[in-house]
Design a protein around this ligand. Structure first.
Ligand code: TXA
Ligand code: MG
Length: 355
């Protein structure tokens, strides 16, 4: 049994002017095989030396994560990619040029340097170069690639602020770096560039349209387009888990806005009458239209970035409020909406009412 760690919380004074002294202890922890949670532009990550199998094992233990679910190796500049991969396919090179540093992860054939403990036994490795200045500086100072899944307990919504990480990881890791709330709020886009045609494994802020603009043909992993099917396994092992899930039963209501509002109000009434605590996820445009239930606005419908940014925090808030059930409006599936709806439908266990 691991002993409880004394988790240190440090605050970056000004993320636009990071001093190396602020990150030197964190970098030393990574180098000696410890765990440090840090901000990225997508969500907070839980970092360890990606080349150290024993350090990777600690990540799985802290998260309670199944060990067949591989980790993303984070790098700070392009020259750190080469030692990790056995080949850089043309599509990978083009996408790296266009979207790195940024919210894009690419899957490459791995080199011998990357241990199977990091890749969950796979012969490929997922690599990302984050643009967040704290993440970037930390990786550079550590001098090793940093393996980092989202810094939540496995199955909980990903953390978008240091406080979320504290809730899940206090006592389990060495340090949390608070760099303020993240920018994007949903995890990176994952594209497998190891095969003939690049394949989208997880939608994110770099959208399908953006990928196609850069490399032409891109396919979408069929297994992520609907509810889990027995003979259709997602190519990103993590996508098979009921992830991002709030504790309460979440139901999405889909359709024309007036009908959605009416149906959610009907459901709220019905469940409140049964004595339940009921949550509603609405938007700035609709929030005045729900007379009952515990309301949380997730953002501005016409500005998808605000919805992505608030999504996981709202799901966590409903956990804290201990509601029994949550009814949510649904959103467009275009552009960033594809990532939003991917996370929301998974959080809902694909429970969707169409009106
Ligand atoms: O935005 C992000 O990507 C965040 C920040 C911290 O960088 N990280 C993140 O990591 O979301 P995680 O571990 O929560 O999700 C990584 C996903 C999982 O679904 C995993 O199965 C998949 O990437 N993955 C990792 N390596 C892979 C590989 N070699 N082949 C296919 N999928 C892989
Ligand atoms: Mg995750």
């Amino acid at each position: 049994m691991d002993t409880k760690l004394d988790t240190k919380l440090i605050q970056i004074e000004d993320t636009k002017k990071i001093k190396d002294e602020e990150l030197s202890e964190a970098a030393a922890i990574i180098r000696r095989g410890g765990l440090v949670a840090f901000p990225t532009e997508t969500v907070y990550g839980l970092g360890a030396n990606a080349l150290d199998e024993e350090a990777a094992r600690k990540i799985y233990a802290a998260k309670g994560r199944p060990s067949d679910n591989p980790l993303i190796a984070h790098i700070s500049c392009l020259k750190e990619l080469e030692p990790l991969v056995s080949e850089i396919p043309e599509a990978g090179r083009k996408l790296a040029e266009k979207y790195w540093p940024g919210p894009l992860t690419m899957v490459f054939p791995k080199s011998e340097k990357v241990p199977y403990g990091t890749t969950g036994g796979l012969d490929t490795v997922a690599v990302r170069m984050p643009s967040d200045p704290v993440a970037n500086r930390l990786i550079a100072l550590a001098g090793v690639p940093i393996a980092a899944p989202s810094a939540n307990t496995s199955g909980r919504p990903s953390p978008t602020m240091a406080e979320h990480v504290w809730q899940d990881m206090n006592g389990k890791i060495d340090m949390i770096i608070d760099g303020g709330p993240v920018g994007i709020g949903v995890e990176s886009t994952i594209v497998d560039v190891s095969g003939e045609v690049p394949m989208l494994l997880r939608p994110g802020a770099v959208t399908m349209e953006m990928l196609r603009e850069t490399v032409g043909r891109v396919e979408m992993d069929p297994a992520i387009q609907g509810p889990p099917k027995e003979n259709l396994r997602p190519k990103a092992p993590g996508m098979k888990y009921r992830h991002y899930a709030p504790k309460a039963a979440l139901t999405l209501v889909e359709g024309e806005t007036d009908n959605v509002v009416a149906e959610i109000n009907r459901l709220v009434k019905e469940h409140m009458a049964a004595g339940e605590r009921v949550g509603v996820i609405c938007t700035e445009e609709t929030k005045e239209r729900y007379p009952e239930g515990i309301l949380r606005s997730i953002g501005v419908r016409s500005q998808e970035e605000t919805i992505a940014h608030n999504l996981f925090a709202v799901l966590r808030e409903f956990d804290d409020l201990q509601v029994d059930c949550i009814f949510s409006e649904s959103f467009s599936k275009h552009d960033l909406g594809q990532a939003i709806m991917n996370r929301l439908t998974k959080a809902a266990g694909y429970h969707i009412i169409k009106v």
